[in-house]
Design a protein around this ligand. Structure first.
Ligand code: NDP
Length: 263
């Protein structure tokens, strides 16, 4: 029996155990997935091996620590320095990023998006912004701490702190901050959020399982919006393929994971 887990702080909200266990159970794959509340990101690697894990997911705020912990990082994760999926490959820790492709899957229904405002500058913002730029989308980043913006400037994004923000029109605004995850905060001051919502066609929040104050405001303004559930599904399917080493069919994984959302 293989053991998988999700590391995070907080982690109790995570639906990943439900999603992955639904796949393992219903497709007869001998594995089990649990959650680990990890406060100190520097303990990630030793905890992973102490638990005898075959693989793991990593959530807020440890995705950049996960990148550092890896013996080898592959694919898109290498470019962005952010890891959300870990695989134990013969005692070596291998890192991947499935968040960005998961998010691209989630916004397909919005059609042709050319211009995105990203709220936040953490690990998720890095992965998404790099994927957007790769896809030819113009990206603006707005974050509370301006010292986190260097990466985004080098990527080619237009960057702002709360004080110097220059409002434009956007096709999509994405909340990648953790504001609203375990509190009732907005990702930026109220006046800025009001103005931003007046100037966007679509809104997405990476947070799932609750209507954040940001998403609530967008809904009240009748903007077409979505929470992070489809992103979660998209990244989860890709992570599960890595966990089972492509032994299961993608369509079967997706079906079982989608069903777990109905629970
Ligand atoms: P990080 O800890 O790396 O980054 C958090 C970001 O949020 C930072 O930019 C931080 O700003 C900002 N922030 C935190 N609190 C506030 C606040 N009160 N007001 C304004 N900004 C704030 O987190 P991640 O990038 O890993 O995750 C971010 C969110 O995305 C989490 O809520 C996570 O659950 C969600 N997520 C969802 C996924 C899904 O599948 N649906 C996948 C990945 C992430 P500062 O730099 O100033 O500290």
């Amino acid at each position: 029996m293989k053991l998988f887990a999700i590391f995070g702080d907080p982690v109790s909200h995570s639906r990943s155990p439900l999603m992955h266990n639904s796949v393992f159970k219903n497709l007869n794959y001998k594995a089990c997935y649990t959650r680990v509340h990890l406060r100190d990101g520097s303990k990630l690697k030793e905890t992973f091996f102490a638990l005898g894990l075959s693989g793991a997911n990593v959530t807020v705020p440890h995705k950049e620590a996960a990148y550092t912990a890896c013996d080898e990082v592959r694919g898109f994760a290498k470019k962005v320095g952010v890891v959300n999926t870990l695989i134990n490959e013969n005692g070596r820790l291998i890192g991947y990023n499935t968040d960005a492709d998961g998010f691209m899957f989630a916004i397909k229904e919005f059609g042709d998006i050319k211009n995105i405002l990203v709220l936040g500058a953490g690990g998720t913002a890095k992965a998404l912004s790099a994927k957007f730029i790769d896809s030819g989308i113009k990206v603006t980043v707005l974050n509370r701490s301006e010292d986190k913006l260097t990466y985004f400037k080098e990527l080619g994004c237009e960057c702002f702190g709360w004080e110097d923000f220059l409002l434009k029109k956007y096709d999509l605004v994405v909340n990648t901050t953790s504001a609203g995850l375990k509190d009732e905060e907005l990702p930026a001051p109220l006046a800025l959020i009001e103005a931003i919502l007046e100037n966007t066609s679509f809104v997405a929040d990476a947070i799932y399982g609750k209507v954040t104050p940001f998403l609530k405001m967008a809904k009240e303004k009748n903007i077409t919006c979505k929470d992070g559930a489809d992103m979660l599904l998209g990244q989860g399917v890709l992570a599960n393929e890595l966990f089972v080493n492509y032994e299961l069919k993608t369509s079967d994984i997706k079906l079982q994971m989608s069903k777990s959302f109905e629970i």
